[in-house]
Design a binder for this molecule. Sequence first.
Ligand code: 2AM
Length: 177
Amino acid sequence: MPASKRLFFAIELPAELQPQLVQWRAQHFTPEAGRPIAAANLHLTLAFLGDISAEKQKALETLAGRIRQPGFTLTLDDAGQWLRSRVVWLGSRQPPRGLLQLADMLRAQAARSGCYQSPQPFHPHITLLRDASHAVSLPPPGFRWSFPVTEFALYESQFLNGRTRYTALKRWPLSGE
Ligand code: 2AM
């Protein structure tokens, strides 16, 4: 009997953007602000699935493969902190409609397949720091990165040797009509 995996759908950041964000983060947040997410782990979650069986994974992969949606441009120009979940994040002041539609579809498919979905509205974000339990001062506005999103992926979250590692298991193109 195969073990369950902890899975989520997400958007990967372009490889060249990862070091830029890490550098910007180091310039604007002190080490006491929180625990930085490793460059390779930076991502934008679309739908969190939790620990699911291989069978449910397969069913959700089939549904994800049926999504037909064009790509979109994602602009990162907003930052914030959620003290409740103790994260500092990067996001969009105006998330593109394509991003919200994609997340809605994946979250609806996940919910119909029995994966609990938070009733809170989807707020697309890239977690930069965890364990940020004290209010931090946020970088002044004016930062901005934009990149085309042409695919989304199913990720596995593993905790190995004291570290969290996210691995893309499967990718789907955002391919228009
Ligand atoms: P976060 O960064 O805001 O914590 C993998 O854990 C990804 O799934 C993270 O991006 C995390 O968002 C997101 N996620 C959403 N709901 C989650 C949950 N209930 N438990 C763990 N991660 C969750």
